[in-house]
Ligand binder design. Sequence first.
Ligand SMILES: NC(=O)c1ccc[n+]([C@@H]2O[C@H](COP(=O)([O-])OP(=O)(O)OC[C@H]3O[C@@H](n4cnc5c(N)ncnc54)[C@H](O)[C@@H]3O)[C@@H](O)[C@H]2O)c1
Length: 270
Amino acid sequence: MTTATTERSFNVSDALKLTGRVCVVTGAASGMGYEIVRGFAQSDARGIAMIDINDDLGEKVRGELSAEFPNVTFKYYHLNISEYEDVQKIYAQIVEDFGEINVQVSCAGIAGYTAAVDHTPETWHKVLNVNLHGTFWTAQAAGRQMIKQNKGGSIIIIGSISAHVVNRPDFQPGLSNYCISKGACVQMAKVLGVEWAQHNIRVNSLSPGNMKTPLAPTDEKSINFFNHYTPLGRMGAAWEVAGAAVYLASDASSFQTSTDILVDGGLVHW
Ligand SMILES: NC(=O)c1ccc[n+]([C@@H]2O[C@H](COP(=O)([O-])OP(=O)(O)OC[C@H]3O[C@@H](n4cnc5c(N)ncnc54)[C@H](O)[C@@H]3O)[C@@H](O)[C@H]2O)c1
């Protein structure tokens, strides 16, 4: 939303606020999507559209957040992000409900565990339909709306360390299409950021490391492995991505587009 300024009146703590903004978050019922919603509410967003397919959990956390943050309007929407026509309908509904979209976070994602040699079209497309196609359809729907509004915006695509390194097959076997989908997400942010720079729409990706969420393995062997192979010596908590998401959503990152922020405890460098 910000235009370039050389004025010394710039104040970074004000710039980190999302006051008046309408934010859309996919995968908002659980894990990092939920924590990003909380971060946006704490940063004074006006409204937050929460998208998920887990309706019971989505409605439950929406109710809790509404009670905790009475000045923020939260609405929950059932949407399978893989379904192109449904994406169009729900984004039109969000615009009708909130009037505009200023921030989009495409966070919903799934993992699938199949050895590369065993993939069938079914197992292959299951992960790609959500992590690649659904991520694109939601970013596109938000981008179309932001272009129409003609006042810029920020889009955040959740990538992964799996876009940068390969999950070790001896500890996490069968993540080929997951890694491929996440590599595509990081490249998607670069491409869209360049294509939509003319509209002052910034598009960046945020790549978490091994985070404690329902998506991640919870067995002792995996946790020991994650702790050992992360320089900070532990897995991340889901809320530890919220700061980077607020930064990317806000005017504090006004000159940043087509880049990736790793929140991984140093993992990819070790
Ligand atoms: N947990 C990790 O270690 C880790 C690491 C790097 C990246 N990521 C990525 O972070 C993102 C969030 O994952 P998380 O770990 O918080 O997991 P999570 O399972 O807690 O959250 C994912 C949410 O997405 C929703 N979802 C799944 N498919 C959907 C669909 N088709 N349409 C709409 N919603 C759908 C789920 O219902 C769930 O609420 C994912 O893109 C994941 O790939 C996770």
